[in-house]
Ligand binder design. Structure first.
Ligand code: UD1
Ligand code: UDP
Length: 372
């Protein structure tokens, strides 16, 4: 829903932002809050973009700035230049950004120069790893924000440790809202397992797209070797819905993907949820996937040296394994068959809490039946 004088503007541009903002956008529609959607165009391939708008019932973006891919500075700078006139004209009370991508940072920096308040959803996450672009994006965004929606107490405490205490709410993570809503529909409607010839509990699901992993041929090869060995040891199949960045790297590096890993195109959200739910093990370097596996009860191995999703390590749903094949095999041995943890990311009502706080901020009445 676009309106002449929107209360909110969502600025985003990548797959995880579409997925995690969807509960907020649909909630805003239900509440009759005026909003605009400003899509930076960071993700543009159909399987990373349109598929999610269609499946998650998201409105057409009010603007698609079509910035596309590029070097980090050029991409972020182009976004800022393109977002500014659109936000200036819309003059929303609050600009909402999510997570830690270049689109998040561009939305934040632009908003700082304007009259609107800035709200950061998924505030307070820290890996401590300054070599990752996402760490800079989340730190800078948190320090620029007026309203900060922390998914957990740990995230709130992190913000407090950095001197940010005002305007912070602990809301849970909207990924839980999205997963709880999506997983039953996925179980009923998705044919992903049949389509891919997979048995429930009979496969490893892999996603890896971080620059640090896939832009380095030796590291990418080592990760694939570790996962292939782990899958063979447990007599499991393995599917890898590869992000276009990873697909491109496999081709340009001429990497031979070891058996039994099967590279497939990225899946839509419901199919991916179905695959995650029934996997014996998920191996990933994705942030969102670490959270989803904690919610779905599927054991996870993360092929990174650190994580900003520390809660998943604490509850035992996730192990860090870096890129060394032996470590990946050992982590998989520990995790296959693991379960029984309590998910740390909330009760599936994060979007409602965030919208309550946003409505309070912009001075709208919040009817009691909104929470239902
Ligand atoms: C971005 C985010 C990352 C997030 C990921 C979600 C940053 C710094 N990184 O990484 O935090 O986890 O999105 O998936 O913002 N490409 C396509 N089609 C597309 C988009 C990208 O083919 O629709 C290819 C291009 O070759 C591009 C490369 O993927 O150069 C990387 O894309 P980019 O958006 O820069 O970063 P991601 O790896 O997608
Ligand atoms: N996802 C998807 N299809 C796929 C792989 C991932 O729908 O083939 C979803 C997944 O369910 C999760 C989100 O994409 O919600 C994670 O996005 P990604 O890994 O691209 O980014 P990150 O979370 O690491 O920023």
């Amino acid at each position: 829903m676009a309106s002449e004088d929107p209360a909110l503007a969502f600025v985003f541009g990548t797959r995880p932002e579409f997925i995690k903002c969807a509960p907020l956008i649909r909630g805003a529609e239900r509440r009759g809050i005026g909003f605009e959607v400003i899509h930076t165009g960071q993700h543009y391939s159909r399987e990373l973009d349109e598929v999610f708008f269609e499946q998650l019932d998201l409105p057409e973006p009010t603007y698609n700035l079509e910035i596309g891919s590029g070097s980090p500075g050029h991409q972020t700078g182009s976004m800022i230049a393109a977002i500014e006139p659109v936000l200036s004209a819309a003059d929303p009370a609050v600009v909402v950004v999510h997570g830690d991508t270049n689109s998040t940072l561009a939305g934040s920096v632009t908003t700082c120069k304007l009259e609107s308040s800035l709200a950061h959803v998924e505030a307070g996450l820290r890996s401590g790893d300054r070599s990752m672009p996402e760490e800079h994006n989340r730190v800078l965004t948190d320090h620029a924000s007026d309203l900060l929606f922390a998914p957990t107490d740990r995230a709130r405490d992190q913000l407090a440790a950095e001197g940010i205490e005002a305007g912070v709410w602990v809301t849970g993570n909207t990924i839980v809202d999205a997963v709880l809503e999506g997983r039953e529909i996925a179980a009923e409607r998705s044919d992903a397992l049949d389509r891919l010839g997979l048995e429930p509990g009979g496969y490893v699901l892999l996603t890896a797209h971080r620059g640090a992993n896939v832009d380095d041929p030796d590291r990418f090869r080592a990760i694939l070797e570790g996962i292939a060995r782990a899958a063979r040891e447990h007599d499991l199949d393995c599917v890898y819905p590869a992000h276009p960045r990873s697909g491109m790297r496999l081709r340009t590096f001429g990497i031979e993907v070891p058996d039994p890993i099967r590279v497939i195109p990225p899946e839509d959200f419901l199919s991916f949820l179905a695959l995650e739910s029934e996997a014996a093990l998920v191996v990933t370097d994705s942030g969102g996937v670490q959270e989803e596996t904690a919610v779905l009860g599927t054991p996870c191995v993360t092929v990174r040296e650190n994580t900003e999703r520390q809660e998943t390590i604490e509850i035992g749903s996730n192990r860090l394994a870096g890129s060394d094949p032996d470590r990946i095999v050992a982590a998989a041995r520990e995790m296959v068959g693991a379960g029984g943890w309590e998910a740390p990311y909330g009760d599936g009502r994060a979007a409602e809490r965030i919208l309550d706080a946003l409505e309070d901020h912009i001075g709208r009445d919040t009817p009691e039946d909104h929470a239902g």
